[in-house]
Write a protein that binds this ligand. Sequence first.
Ligand code: R7I
Ligand code: MG
Ligand code: MG
Ligand code: MG
Length: 310
Amino acid sequence: MTRSPDHFSGCLLGLASGDALGAPYEGGFMERALWRAIGRTRDGEARWTDDTRMSLDLAESLLARGELDQADLARRFADGYAWSRGYGQGTARILKRIQRGQDWQSASTSVFSQGSYGNGAAMRAPVVALFYVHDLAAMLRATVDSARVTHSHPLGIGGAVLIAVATYALLHQRTTADTLALLSDHCSDPRLVSKLAFFECFSDSGTLAHAPRSIAVRLGNGMTAETSCFTAIYLALRFRHAPFDDMMAFAIACGGDVDTIAAMAGAMWGAANGASKLPVFLLEQRAYIQQIAQLLCEAGKAAQRGIQAS
Ligand code: R7I
Ligand code: MG
Ligand code: MG
Ligand code: MG
């Protein structure tokens, strides 16, 4: 089944919207004060952060190379780095090393010896789901490969796979039960499996009304994949038939790594509902993001024609 172009735009614009609308609430007093100073462009548009920058880098790499090319991706991540986007500390150090000429393989384990378990690979994983929307096996391989460039820790990779799979399922308009079943098929790390068990509540519709605080405590609101990906999936599934702004308000109330949790949830929500349902506000590079989403959609259609012809 070919997904509508509106759902591709919805996914990428949902990611950027969640990022830009969540960024003012990320971090402590100092980070919020800084974002008040640099959180708008000269034209008054809401700026997005590293989450969207790295997602666009990944999309541009996939479109240019026609496949996941780790060396090309590492170079684009390094070229795209700017301190004012609020990169994770480990990722910032890795990208500066790559800028100085170090190879990505050794750079990626130079900060954390097993590689990062931050949510930085998960936050860009929706892009892989868009590009490989017609080929789940290829999507899974590309998600792992794309994560490894900066996040080679099993939890960093595992979180990326969960977000890619959930985005894929919502893009295909799978039911919540089917989405959870697919997630369960692609979740093997015991630390992640135990958190996925929380979602058994979705089969019991009476327990959907968790308070933000309870979600922040039980699923997390941190910067690691393990403490943010499930919260994002919860948001997308709970609010998939509700307004984006309601989901955003819940994400802000959860606190913590709001830009990233809202970026991941926004990508999944947008994949399910399309761009036409997203709030309209002054967003940095909105037209360009939409254009990239359409190119991903076209690339997917071309790939599908190739699959059908062979
Ligand atoms: O994962 P990453 O790119 O961070 C993304 C976050 C998002 O919230 C963005 O919006 C941006 O603000 O940053 O960055 P990393 O630095 O790789 O990981 C994030 C954090 O997780 C690190 O700064 C550490 O605090 C923690 N972390 C680890 N701590 C100890 N040992 C990640 N991996 C490790 C580890 O192996
Ligand atoms: Mg960010
Ligand atoms: Mg930050
Ligand atoms: Mg963040």
